[in-house]
Design a protein around this ligand. Structure first.
Ligand SMILES: *[C@@H]1O[C@H](CO)[C@@H](O)[C@H](O)[C@H]1NC(C)=O
Ligand SMILES: *[C@@H]1O[C@H](CO)[C@@H](O)[C@H](O)[C@H]1NC(C)=O
Ligand SMILES: *[C@@H]1O[C@H](CO)[C@@H](O)[C@H](O)[C@H]1NC(C)=O
Ligand SMILES: *[C@@H]1O[C@H](CO)[C@@H](O)[C@H](O)[C@H]1NC(C)=O
Length: 968
């Protein structure tokens, strides 16, 4: 171990410094006492071993912990290991924090964690850990923050955790923890936060928890709690949020005593199977958010005065009777009053909206649907930003013309409301060199800066509408972080189920005139800010409630050099001291031999480290966005397995949600598929110019050290192959299949004829044809290293001879296979195979049978309908016959016998025109084609053919099909 430590430290230094060390070492040999720099000491060997044991039960797919076998944990910056700055009483350094947030770790938590006896923060948030929470964590008496949320942990909550005397925060939400809350938790005398929502915790809430003196946030929503709500909880002196939605309290009542919680800001008991009356809430002076919806509460709504801070009152879906109390009228901060689906009668009080003056950011929603309200107390004259819903009340029946809008069904766009804050920036985005961007935060000067990117979520905010609170939020967060108000930018925010408010924040450095227009945070500032977030050192806010850190991503420029998440850099003096300390123990025989060995390794080390410093040219490609690794990592929850939607030869494909809410597919090249940077960018440049309705569009890319990714629009209906498989629930009609064939052919024709240089796809198959939400076929996976041959000097395109045959068995053009000559007809062949799949539902090769051969045999023996997919319902047989003939012609062995792609498109159009309209099913999204040819209709009563769009002029077929290409 010491030997390693010495080696590693020297390896990190430049050669010249290694020689300095050598010199110092010799001086030490001669008895010099220069070595006082060693005072910092090494990590407690017990903890070093514990860390190794902890690593051994983890699966570290991303190799984040690869430096956990080199040197000393505290002094060699092991990833995520933060230590006390100096040795403690026993002369050793000790681990203070284990910060392994969002590192794609799987595996389990080792009981050896208990040996980190001075640990204060244990952070494994947002990984994929499974297994149970080791009871041994209960031995770490110094522990303050236990952060295990966002894993797959199972098993019960160990009783032992209840004896942690210093625990401030227990965050185990979003796991699969089961069993009851141990009564021992009533001993957690210092705990302020119970965040245990979204687990399977069951049983009674122990009334003993009422003893907890400092508890402020009690979040146990979305569990399997049962029993009753203990009235004693009202005695908790500091409780501000009680959130227990989606549990089953089995017809019991809300204790009256809850109306006595004078510090309570939020009470959320949605869907808890509660019965009985609503307690008197008039003794809750700061209550802001009340959600008692979806229970079976009955009786009348209490009429006592409510807190002036109310923002949200949701009593919908209960059995409440009586009238709407007037006390709802005088609430200055009210954003939502939801009383729908009750049995309220009497009149709709116009005092609810009269006298309201809302500014541009404020709004008020009043949902009173499905009650027994009979009239409106006064005139209906809604101020701007007030929305009123009344459908399902008698007041709507009288056909009151003034209420037409309020009585209408609402168009459903309720969930997932997504918004981006308006940039107040005066600086237009211009070319700051990558990865700098114009700081939108200053209206005084425009400057390029490298922001910190932060994924952040308010778990239980005390409002329903963010805009009126954004400035307060910015103020709260920046003052909590000790930053300038100007340094924070809310890039976007979105409400999620809960409701929780997710945000994407950017922090910008302050302007520094001497930084040569490239402003960065210095590293100690980055570490300070990160620590504020990960140590929950930002003071709690009442109205914003608890927050979660989803990720804290550093742009690469912040990772260059030796910066890590560890606690500060190490001075050279200390380093030498450590090296010498190590050498003193390890090397007693021959120092000279050791140094010689190290010199050799040093050379190797430099060879490796060179790679890191290749600088990136900043390239702007029109029409596509250049994403940073961190942006895409955020979009996919750090490439979490749960977001993976596919895998191909190129690498894995993930479903991601960009900061602006857009859903995308992200293709991430695996090692071995990486191309040279220039080739990669050339291809993107090419792809960026391809735009066709039947091609999956490229939205952007990421090209960073060791990472190449392509970002495409997301196709919600998956691959054509999925829909043809026997397992598919909904089967495609013949008309749909024809439409998909037509679309695919048009997409490919575009690649052949309009791309410059032309592109041969080379890997057309049913799983490369994707379907969007409207079942439009879109060809995917084109263009990558797949350029068609460039015409030679004579002007004719030579058949391309490649050395490697690429493609998928079953789809491969036999001639290409034999000769390695690639032509546009190779794509015709593969597409023909796809047509046969569409017609028969068979796989190209199954049980050793080849689809082309099988269909040919059936066709020649006049038995073609015996192989047609029976699941596609009825179809006009002449259309099917023509389609089969086209497919088989496309699959001829000889290239010359096959039709060209343009012929294929033309013939498909003919077949489409023969289809009766009643068979066409989905018609509104049907491709429009130039209708030069008169519809050839079967004798049936076809009036109008949806394939022929009336507004298309009779231009030439191909150019009518193919939209124009973006000019360069
Ligand atoms: C919690 O569980 C509920 C109900 O299953 C779900 O709708 C919600 O999205 C979950 N929330 C989180 C943050 O996982
Ligand atoms: C609420 O507090 C008041 C005053 O402290 C007390 O008299 C009353 O009994 C309490 N109500 C309940 C239901 O605990
Ligand atoms: C409640 O309202 C009062 C008065 O309007 C205000 O001073 C206080 O800050 C509010 N409390 C919260 C938690 O919003
Ligand atoms: C009221 O009930 C109807 C029918 O059950 C439901 O569709 C609607 O979402 C409910 N409204 C609210 C606000 O929950």
């Amino acid at each position: 171990m010491f030997h390693n430590s010495a080696e590693f430290c020297i390896l990190r230094m430049s050669a010249s410094r290694a020689w300095t060390v050598g010199a110092v070492f010799l001086m030490w040999l001669f008895g010099s006492s220069l070595l006082i720099g060693a005072q910092d000491g090494i990590t407690d060997p017990i903890e070093v071993q514990a860390l190794r044991d902890i690593k051994s039960t983890l699966i570290d797919t991303n190799k984040n912990l690869s430096n956990w076998n080199r040197g000393d944990p505290c002094t060699s910056n092991w990833t995520g290991v933060l230590c006390f700055n100096t040795s403690l009483d026993d002369g050793y350094r000790h681990v203070r924090e284990l910060q392994l947030l969002n590192m794609n770790l799987t595996g389990s938590l080792s009981p050896e964690l208990r040996r980190l006896s001075r640990l204060e923060i244990l952070d494994f948030m947002w990984n994929g850990l499974s297994g149970s929470i080791p009871k041994e964590i209960g031995n770490i008496t110094s522990l303050k923050l236990l952060l295990l949320n966002g894993n797959h942990l199972t098993g019960p909550l160990p009783e032992e955790l209840g004896y942690l005397p210093n625990l401030d925060r227990i965050q185990i939400d979003q796991n699969n923890i089961s069993g009851p809350i141990p009564t021992s938790f009533a001993n957690l005398n210092k705990t302020k936060h119970f965040h245990m929502n979204n687990n399977s915790i069951s049983g009674q809430i122990p009334p003993e928890l009422a003893r907890l003196p400092y508890l402020v946030h009690f979040l146990l929503d979305n569990n399997n709690l049962s029993g009753y709500l203990p009235p004693e909880l009202s005695k908790m002196p500091n409780l501000t949020i009680l959130q227990l939605d989606n549990n089953n309290f089995n017809g019991t009542t809300i204790p009256d005593s809850y109306g006595n919680m004078s510090k309570l800001l939020k009470l959320s008991l949605r869907s808890c199977s509660l019965q009985g009356p609503i307690p008197d809430l008039s003794r809750m002076p700061i209550l802001a958010y009340l959600d008692l919806s979806s229970n079976r509460l009955n009786g009348t709504i209490p009429t006592n005065q409510l807190s002036q801070n109310m923002t949200t009152i949701d009593l919908s879906n209960n059995e409440l009777t009586g009238s709407i109390p007037a006390n709802f009228s005088s609430l200055p901060n009210l954003q939502k009053l939801l009383l729908a689906n009750n049995s309220l009668n009497g009149s709709v009080l116009s005092s609810l909206w009269q006298n309201k003056t809302l500014n541009a950011t404020e709004s008020l929603t009043l949902d009173l649907e499905n009650n027994r309200l009979t009239n409106i107390s006064d005139s209906i004259n809604l101020p701007p930003n007030v929305t009123l819903w009344l459908k399902g009340n008698p007041v709507c029946i009288n056909d009151n013309i003034n209420l037409r809008q309020q009585c209408a069904s609402r168009s459903d766009n309720v969930t997932g409301s997504q918004s981006t804050t308006n940039s107040t920036a005066v600086c237009q985005p211009q070319s700051c060199p990558y990865p700098y961007e114009y700081s939108p935060t200053s209206n005084l000067s425009c400057f390029c800066a490298a922001p910190l990117l932060i994924g952040y979520r308010l778990k239980s905010p005390g409002f329903s509408d963010f805009p009126p609170y954004t400035i307060r939020f910015e103020d709260y967060l920046t003052s909590g972080l000790d930053l300038d108000f100007q340094q924070l930018y809310i890039d976007s925010f979105a409400w999620e189920e809960g409701p929780r408010l997710k945000m994407y924040l950017k922090l910008y450095p302050v302007y520094n005139a001497t930084s040569n227009s490239r402003n960065m945070f210095n590293m100690s500032e980055v570490q300070r800010i990160r620590r504020m977030f990960t140590g929950w050192l930002i003071p709690d806010s009442d109205i914003f409630g608890p927050y979660e850190l989803l990720n804290f991503n550093l742009l690469d420029i912040y990772n260059e050099g030796t910066v890590t998440t560890s606690s500060g850099g190490i001075s050279t003096g200390a380093l030498i001291g450590i090296v010498l300390g190590g050498i003193a123990v390890a090397v007693t025989l021959s120092a000279v031999v050791t140094l010689l060995i190290l010199r050799v390794r040093l050379r190797n080390y430099h060879a490796i480290s060179k790679r890191r410093h290749t600088s990136k040219a900043s390239i702007k490609i029109d029409g596509v966005k250049s994403f940073t690794y961190t942006e895409l990592a955020m979009a996919t929850n750090n490439f979490n397995i749960s977001t993976q939607v596919g895998q191909g030869g190129y690498g894995k494909v993930y479903r991601g949600i960009l900061a602006d809410g857009m859903v995308v597919a992200i293709k991430r090249a695996q090692e071995g598929s990486l191309q040279g940077e220039r080739e990669f960018l050339t291809e993107i440049q090419l792809l960026s110019r391809l735009h066709h309705r039947n091609l999956v569009s490229l939205i952007g890319y990421c090209d960073e050290e060791g990472e190449q990714m392509l970002v495409y629009e997301f196709m919600s209906n998956g691959t054509l192959r999925d829909h043809l498989s026997a397992k598919s629930k909904e089967t495609l009609s013949f008309a749909m299949r024809l439409r998909l064939a037509f679309g695919s052919a048009k997409g490919i024709l575009y690649l052949h004829t309009e791309a410059d240089p032309p592109i041969f796809h080379r890997d057309i198959k049913a799983s490369n044809i994707l379907l969007d939400s409207k079942f439009t076929a879109k060809v995917a996976d084109f263009g990558l290293s797949r350029l068609a041959p460039v015409p030679d000097v004579e002007g004719a395109a030579p058949a391309h001879v490649s050395t490697v045959v690429k493609g998928t068995p079953g789809y491969l053009d036999p001639e290409y296979f034999l000769t390695h000559k690639l032509t546009d007809k190779s794509d015709v062949y593969s597409l023909g195979v796809v047509f046969l799949e569409l017609l028969t539902g068979m796989h190209p090769i199954s049980h050793g049978k080849n689809i082309v051969r099988e269909v040919n045999l059936a066709y020649q023996s006049g038995m073609i309908f015996s192989v047609i997919d029976g699941r596609m319902g009825s179809y006009p047989s002449e259309c099917v016959e023509k389609f089969v003939a086209l497919a088989l012609k496309s699959c001829q062995d000889e290239t010359d016998s096959r039709p060209s792609m343009a012929d294929v498109v033309r013939e498909l159009e003919n077949i489409c025109l023969m289809m009766p309209e009643s068979d066409m099913g989905v018609s509104e999204s049907i491709d429009t084609v130039a209708g030069k040819m008169a519809p050839v209709t079967p004798s049936s009563s076809v009036v109008k053919n949806p394939y022929v769009s009336s507004d298309v002029s009779g231009s030439d077929l191909v150019s009518g099909v193919v939209p124009t290409i973006t000019p360069r």
